[in-house]
Design a protein around this ligand. Structure first.
Ligand code: ADP
Ligand code: 5GP
Length: 225
């Protein structure tokens, strides 16, 4: 397999992790790149599964040694994709999903313009707030200031949506998962005409009514392309 790189970005709480797990159940051969981060594990997260959790000192050593494809500081913590994640996917013969923020995504788009970029957005700020709140309650951490920061950050990240080839509105999980599956199949050249049609509706430039409505609810007016 050629080793296609999929860049996935979404405001925190949009349901990106949930959606990515669902898509990996639907299509084979999609590796998930495990990033390095200096943030602390959340809930049931385990070192080496969701992230490689590390210290600022070690992360800075990795930056100095040029070990990252991209890295960024997000919410006061470092996050980065190690080049070794690409080597591993190549070795496994799989495609690779990068779940990275907008700053990191722009770095990868610049270095690897052939990468397929997908922005996932929640249907509205109200739904995003509810999901953030539910998640923090489920994890036993109720932190209002974190929820506030993430909501305002979401608006800023949404301004970059036109840099991404595809935009998925994660309202109904099954629908968003079917759309993402069709994007993967199109990139692989394995799509049926109906997969192709579904993926084409998700092109950011196509400005589907769902996308327009989600952007309007966040008060985001971006020019379109
Ligand atoms: P992210 O990875 O984008 O930060 P998560 O996958 O952790 O977000 O999802 C945030 C919360 O929203 C979780 O509680 C998850 O169960 C819920 N969620 C995700 N997708 C949907 C959806 N389509 N409909 C309803 N709830 C969802
Ligand atoms: P969280 O702490 O909620 O898991 O992630 C916070 C943000 O960091 C999300 O937007 C996520 O996409 C981003 N992120 C996770 N890993 C990486 C990475 O390796 N590089 C970059 N640039 N961002 C990342």
């Amino acid at each position: 397999m050629a080793g296609i790189l999929f860049i996935i970005s979404a405001p925190s709480g949009s349901g990106k992790s949930t959606l990515v797990s669902e898509v990996r159940r639907l299509v084979q051969g999609l590796d998930f790149s495990i990033s390095y981060t200096t943030r602390k594990p959340r809930g049931s997260e385990e070192d080496g599964r969701e992230y490689h959790f590390t210290t600022r000192e070690h992360f800075e050593q990795m930056i100095a040694a040029d070990e990252f494809l991209e890295w960024a500081e997000v919410f006061g913590n470092y996050y980065g994709t190690a080049l070794s994640a690409l080597d591993l996917a190549r070795k496994h013969g799989t495609d690779l999903l990068l779940d990275i923020d907008v700053q990191g995504a722009l770095q990868v788009m610049h270095k690897m313009p052939e990468a397929v970029s997908i922005f996932i957005l929640p249907p509205s700020p109200e739904v995003l707030e509810r999901r953030l709140r539910n998640r923090s309650q489920a994890e036993g951490v109720a932190n209002e200031s974190v929820i506030g920061t993430r909501l305002s950050e979401a608006r800023t990240e949404l301004q970059k949506i036109d840099d991404y080839r595809y935009a998925l509105v994660n309202d109904v999980l099954d629908q968003a998962a079917a759309e993402m599956r069709s994007i993967v199949l199109v990139a692989r050249g394995d799509a049926t005409p109906s997969d192709g049609k579904l993926a084409a509706q998700c092109l950011t430039a196509a400005r589907s009514p769902r996308l327009e409505s989600a952007l309007a609810s966040f008060g985001v007016t971006v020019a379109g392309v």
